[in-house]
Design a protein. Structure first.
Ligand SMILES: *[C@@H]1O[C@H](CO)[C@@H](O)[C@H](O)[C@H]1NC(C)=O
Ligand SMILES: *[C@@H]1O[C@H](CO)[C@@H](O)[C@H](O)[C@H]1NC(C)=O
Ligand SMILES: *[C@@H]1O[C@H](CO)[C@@H](O)[C@H](O)[C@H]1NC(C)=O
Ligand SMILES: *[C@@H]1O[C@H](CO)[C@@H](O)[C@H](O)[C@H]1NC(C)=O
Ligand SMILES: *[C@@H]1O[C@H](CO)[C@@H](O)[C@H](O)[C@H]1NC(C)=O
Ligand SMILES: *[C@@H]1O[C@H](CO)[C@@H](O)[C@H](O)[C@H]1NC(C)=O
Ligand SMILES: *[C@@H]1O[C@H](CO)[C@@H](O)[C@H](O)[C@H]1NC(C)=O
Length: 926
């Protein structure tokens, strides 16, 4: 009986765990498809008992310049959707050649392939569940060996484990435990196939979700495909697919949809020092001084909540961080070209005497408690707090107002926004609001959202932890809707508001104009920036081209509260690489927790401080290289940091490497990631020449190699084919970029290399748009390094000098003997040295060549023997000797014959020149 029941229930699950739909009213176009999905087989989704499957859905597939866009929604009933969408300034494509689209009507399935191939972009299984708070749709992955990246934020292997459920829902998880959802929400993935072809996509949905990866089985007959199942707890299916075919194409297609990364200020690339637990302004000053006396660059000093008065935003602790003294300290930093970035938490202390609180109450700008209709009270660092509702545009004006007031107290340069998962130490209001506000209340509570109040807990709970845990209630009310739908957008909305507030900064230095307001920069580092923008007006979505601006347009990201451990260092590689994919190319600093031992580089003593100084200096010496990459990322979306797999996708051995990374595509770092390690096992993809970054010597072997990695050395390689600019490190990035440039020219096997050098003032927000930059293309080809001016709009570039060139991997060309060597370098004023054993040519250009002018530097090889200047004088002497010799002989002969003739007649003995090496008898001498 039990057995029969089991069988029946299994059968029931098999038949009816996922509802099926029939596609009808089909309208097809080139790359597009519209139709109605009608539920068949009754309502049998997993939660049908609580919330019936939607009977009729609307399907639209359209073609965007980036690839297909699939949307499934309910035409009859409003649902939440992520919606602040702007139209790209591009005409829609009349035809879409990026994919082939096929479908089945009953049951409905959809298949998108790369044209003319079987490469799957999306192939849905027959089931589709579409219920109130649960959507489930499954796609088959192209092959069981496929590598999936993304679905963040989390720490764990870069290449995702295929037997795992990935939760996406912003949560502050101290210590960043592996494999669970962390601070950011990025429902974005990349699928890299074993043949090197990549595609990817984004599920534009801000609700908590699980993405279930299930491995395939290639050995099974028939082959069991790997699958990716989306389990969304609300919203709609809004799927952007990116056909690639290279990993970089996938990232660029994504940034084209969500917006290109904001251009950070140049100073953002410098060294940043932060900690929680600086006890006084004097201690902070001592840190800045500690760096200075240790001769270590410090670009930006950050301060955590310690500086605040009782942890209240927009205040200074009068005893330990008095405001006037702090303002003077910041001015002092500025005179040295340094910056200050303070933390500002979103939560506002609920206290009648705290004016930012009362201001927010009057404006009704706080997230509201559903039950009381009053601002919701949570608990963050200052104790009882309320949460600004950043989905309300009025809150942006409020935020700017207080940021301005704060800037007048001390002239901050950027803002660190934290705790915006949003984080609350309890979801239970610990006090009654009116008690805290002294009876003050908003005039008019926010209207409850039109959408029905979500069930909490929802029938399906992503990640299995209560939604409100360490956060606020999903039933809290915001202007844009239920917190349930907006939770993972809270940090993003705060980033948008904070970015706008950056406009209040006055010119930091007379010589460095501030970046302008909205595209401005900054290290408004946010913790949880999802790639999505929310809406106060759902369902106003015209089909067509869209540009959903992501957090990367407003801010950078930091990787949560990890530890100073080797494993956290290892995971930071994966974190930084993943965020490239999400359109947030940058974000890192030295941070520390309260109560832990200090970790500023100078406290360690020798040899450690020297090692750290050397590596910070190394970073500074590459600042122009980093900045050029950062600008490229801003202009095109191309990642600044790369996984080896994204640069060498056709080499499947790279696909799961996450212990090495590339800066751009030119520099490969292979750090030792285990304590005490003195060697590191690294992978150097074949078919590329690799050079030791420090010595310029070509790596003797490619493939898996063991590199020396003593504590004092970070193993770095230069990839052939790249030109990398280097400068002497100075104490700030601004001083460094003004230094003379030395180019490292790493030749590939075709004796070719290329790179660019981008220069602007480092601070204006619109340098790119205003063309106020100078860009130099550097190409080594035909034994010549050419500097070509692509654009010249930054006058100061003319004062910057190209002073040295080092060519790596330079051996005589194939049509010359191996001992051919360099005979000439032009311009003629250049000095040079050629290390023929290692193929390294170092060229000095004297005072240097201006970097706003075209330049050519060339070198010539020639054969050693004839080339060394043929010794003509030896021939001349030989000829003279011969002539004289012959003359003498002739004279002697004449004398002899004359003698013989005289007494004894003629004797003809021929005179033979001695032939060296011949056995001929020496001629009878005279
Ligand atoms: C689903 O319904 C269709 C017709 O609407 C029927 O042909 C099919 O057998 C049903 N499938 C199941 C599993 O009940
Ligand atoms: C997205 O960013 C672009 C470029 O900065 C801007 O023009 C556009 O208004 C933004 N869109 C939204 C919806 O904010
Ligand atoms: C998948 O994961 C589950 C649970 O972690 C484990 O029991 C199972 O063996 C795994 N399957 C495979 C194929 O690795
Ligand atoms: C959405 O866009 C509108 C118009 O661009 C803007 O006024 C509003 O502030 C945006 N909402 C959010 C939450 O950013
Ligand atoms: C929060 O407010 C309540 C009510 O006024 C009060 O009892 C409680 O002590 C406050 N909590 C903190 C941490 O200040
Ligand atoms: C380099 O040499 C090749 C072959 O002679 C020629 O086709 C090419 O144009 C040359 N390139 C430059 C930049 O002179
Ligand atoms: C650069 O070239 C100059 C001469 O032009 C030389 O004095 C200097 O040592 C060179 N610097 C490097 C780093 O090679």
């Amino acid at each position: 009986m039990t057995r029969l029941w089991l069988f029946l229930s299994l059968l029931a699950v098999g038949l009816c765990s996922t509802a099926q739909y029939r596609l009808k009213d089909i309208v097809t176009g080139s790359g597009s498809l519209q139709g109605t999905l009608e539920l068949i087989n009754g309502t049998c989704g997993p939660y049908a008992g609580q919330m019936p499957d939607v009977a009729t859905l609307r399907l639209r597939v359209e073609c965007l310049p980036t690839g297909p866009h699939i949307r499934i929604d309910d035409p009859a009933r409003r649902r939440y959707e992520v919606a602040n969408i702007s139209v790209l300034n591009e005409a829609p494509l009349s035809t879409c050649t990026l994919y082939d689209l096929t479908y089945t009507e009953e049951p409905f399935t959809l298949t998108l392939t790369r044209p003319g191939t079987s490469h799957l972009l999306w192939k849905s299984l027959p089931g589709l569940v579409f219920e109130d708070q649960y959507i489930e749709w499954t796609t088959i992955l192209g092959s069981p060996e496929t590598a999936i990246y993304g679905l963040g934020e989390r720490v764990g292997p870069l290449r995702l484990d295929m037997n795992h459920t990935y939760t996406i829902f912003t949560r502050d998880n101290g210590g960043t435990p592996p494999d669970v959802n962390l601070n950011g929400a990025h429902p974005v993935w990349m699928d890299l196939q074993a043949d090197g072809q990549a595609h990817g996509g984004m599920m534009l949905n801000s609700n908590g979700m699980d993405v279930v990866l299930t491995p395939g089985d290639a050995s099974h007959v028939p082959v069991v495909p790997a699958t990716m199942q989306w389990r969304l707890t609300g919203g709609i299916v809004d799927l952007y697919l990116y056909p690639g075919p290279s990993p970089h194409d996938v990232v660029r297609q994504h940034t084209r949809i969500v917006g290109l990364p904001v251009l950070m200020p140049l100073w953002g690339l410098g060294w940043h020092q932060c900690r929680w637990g600086y006890k006084s302004l004097d201690e902070v000053k001592a840190v800045v001084e500690g760096y200075r006396s240790a001769n270590i660059p410090l670009e930006v000093q950050w301060t955590d909540i310690d500086y605040m008065d009782a942890h209240k935003d927009f205040t200074f602790d009068p005893a330990q961080f008095p405001q006037a003294a702090f303002a003077a300290f910041v001015e002092e930093l500025h005179t040295r070209g340094q910056k200050w970035v303070p933390i500002i938490d979103p939560a506002i202390k609920a206290e009648a005497s705290h004016e930012p609180f009362m201001d927010g109450v009057r404006g009704n700008l706080f997230v509201q408690d559903q039950a009381t209709g009053l601002p919701l009270v949570g608990a963050v660092w200052p104790g009882n707090t309320t949460f600004p509702d950043f989905s309300n545009p009025a809150t942006h004006a409020y935020w700017t107002k207080w940021m301005r007031a704060f800037h007048e107290m001390a002239a901050w340069d950027g803002i660190w926004i934290d705790m915006n998962e949003p984080d609350s130490f309890t979801d239970v209001p610990v006090g009654t609001f009116l008690e805290l506000s002294g009876g003050a209340r908003p005039d008019q509570p926010l209207a409850e959202p039109e959408l029905p109040m979500p069930r909490d807990p929802p029938p399906y709970l992503p990640g299995g932890r209560p939604l409100a845990e360490h956060s606020i209630s999903p039933r809290a009310v915001q202007l844009a809707g239920w917190h349930y739908d907006l939770h993972s957008l809270y940090g993003h909305h705060e980033a948008v508001a904070t970015n706008a507030a950056l406009a209040v900064r006055t010119a930091p230095r007379p010589t460095l104009p501030p970046r302008a307001a909205q595209t401005a920069p900054h290290l408004g580092l946010t913790r949880p920036p999802p790639p999505l923008l929310s809406s106060t007006a759902p369902l106003r979505l015209p089909l067509g081209l869209r540009n959903v601006n992501s957090s990367g347009r407003y801010t950078m990201h930091w990787l949560g509260d990890n530890y100073s451990t080797f494993v956290s260092m290892k995971y930071s590689i994966q974190g930084i690489i993943n965020f490239q994919q999400y359109g947030m190319p940058f974000g890192r600093r030295d941070h520390n927790e309260i109560g832990k031992i200090s970790q500023e580089p100078y406290v360690f003593g020798e040899p450690y401080t020297a090692i750290m100084r050397r590596h910070i200096n190394l970073r500074y010496s590459l600042i122009s290289f980093y900045y050029t990459l950062l600008v490229d990322s801003h202009r095109t979306g191309t990642p600044l940091f790369n996984a080896l797999a994204w640069v060498f996708p056709h080499d499947p051995l790279t696909h799961d490497i996450d212990t090495q990374f590339m800066v751009g595509t030119a520099i490969l770092a292979s750090p030792a990631l285990e304590q005490g390690a003195t060697t590191v096992s690294a992978y150097l993809p074949a078919d590329t020449r690799w050079y030791d970054f420090y010595t310029g010597v070509e790596a003797p072997a490619t493939g898996r190699v063991t590199l020396a990695a003593p504590l004092e050395t970070l193993p770095l390689h230069l990839a052939g084919g790249h030109v990398v600019p280097l400068q002497e490190p100075a104490m700030t990035v601004a001083a460094t970029v003004a230094q003379p440039v030395r180019l490292l020219v790493a030749l590939d096997s075709a004796r070719h290399a290329q790179g660019t050098l981008y220069m602007d003032d480092g601070v204006s927000a619109d340098s790119v748009q205003q063309a106020a930059y100078t860009e130099v293309l550097l190409t080594a080809e035909n034994e010549t390094l050419a500097a070509t001016i692509v654009h010249h709009g930054f006058p100061a570039a003319c004062e910057r000098m190209l002073r040295n060139v080092t060519v790596l991997g330079l051996h005589p060309p194939a049509d010359m003997p191996r001992d051919a060597t360099i005979v000439e370098v032009s311009p003629a004023s250049a000095t040079y040295q050629y290390d023929s054993a290692n193929g390294i040519l170092t060229i000095g250009l004297g005072a240097g060549l201006s970097l706003c002018q075209e330049a050519h530097i060339s070198w010539h090889f020639t054969h050693t023997a004839p080339a060394q200047g043929f010794p003509w004088w030896i021939i001349v002497i030989a000829v003279v000797v011969c002539v004289v010799g012959v003359l003498l002989l002739w004279l002697v002969y004449r004398a002899k014959t004359h003698k013989r003739r005289q007494p004894g007649g003629y004797s003809s003995v021929p005179q033979v020149e001695p032939t060296p090496g011949s056995d001929a008898p020496a001629p009878s001498a005279v």
